[in-house]
Design a protein around this ligand. Sequence first.
Ligand code: FAQ
Length: 326
Amino acid sequence: MYSQGLTDAKGSEEPQELLDAFQKKIDAEIKIEPRDWMPEAYRKTLIRQMSQHAHSEIVGQLPEGNWITRAPTLKRKMILLAKVQDEAGHGLYIYSATETLGVSREQLTTELLTGQAKYSSIFNYPTTSWADIGAIGWLVDGAAIMNQVPLCRASYGPYARSMVRICKEESFHQRQGYEIMTVLARGSEAQKIMAQKALNRFWWPSLMMFGPSDKDSKHSEQSMKWKIKRFSNDDLRQKFIDATVPQAEHLGLTIPDPELKWNDDKQGYDHGEINWDEFMNVIKGHGPCNHQRMQARIKAHEEGAWVRDAVEVYQANQQKIKEEAA
Ligand code: FAQ
């Protein structure tokens, strides 16, 4: 819980009437817009979650980008290119939405590149076969949709609105991934094995995308009170499992969890223990590809310096022209 919920950016106390009026608005489902008064802790929570989300979209291009040059057909290559470009677009929408909270894109980028900001654990796993591209679309985009559809109703207007288009695109991504898995699962024995191995690799990391279990989630309670989050991490994870198990059965593939079992009482699946040590290790920067992902982003940023320089010179020239004309 945030103790800084009672103080503003300068450290002075936030008036109780304003805090009460703010919560009333949230409870009445009125969207909070950039110029509205908001508690400093609400603003900080949004910047944290939204920037982590935007970074995830940007870093999330890398595992699939790895297969663009090796896609099995021209059609698959075009689809994958379009998907990866969509992810870049998602990052840009969310960075723009985050900027409405008074933080610059430059600052957010610096936080990512210096390792101060997190991005989703899932993108620190390698993609070692073409089937991994199917598994990512099916499972990773599937998990992303489960998490992001409720975010279309987040209390902060710019975040909620950015999610609407993103969810539509993620839905296409999920279907293309499932279609790749369908072709492989109905293909040769070797292709079926490839699909099964990809499911084995991505199942548990996909479950970790929903975040720590509710008892260990430090932000959930307050974020749900503010209606940034509408469901807890465990609830969304459960929904994802319940939706995905029948899809795996349809493919004739086996979920790599011997403890997975339908529970009639809860009308959902019970599942085995998630390896939270592995999760913590990955989010602390020690996953299989953390180093590689950061190096790739740093390199891209350095190589893009000339574009930023060119934009600055262009803007200065435009300003000069304007001043001369005035
Ligand atoms: N990875 O108290 P909570 C995509 C951190 S989808 C890394 O439960 P919260 C699409 C959390 O930040 C992926 N860190 O936190 C795509 C916090 O750390 P902090 C991105 C994680 O915020 C598909 C600490 O653990 N989606 O990119 C993770 O209430 C294919 C405690 O956790 C979003 O970001 C994790 N998995 O709930 C792109 C969705 N989980 O900041 C390319 C928006 C937790 O205190 C290809 N975000 N942490 O140091 C959310 O819904 C929430 O932020 C959660 C975490 C649910 C992720």
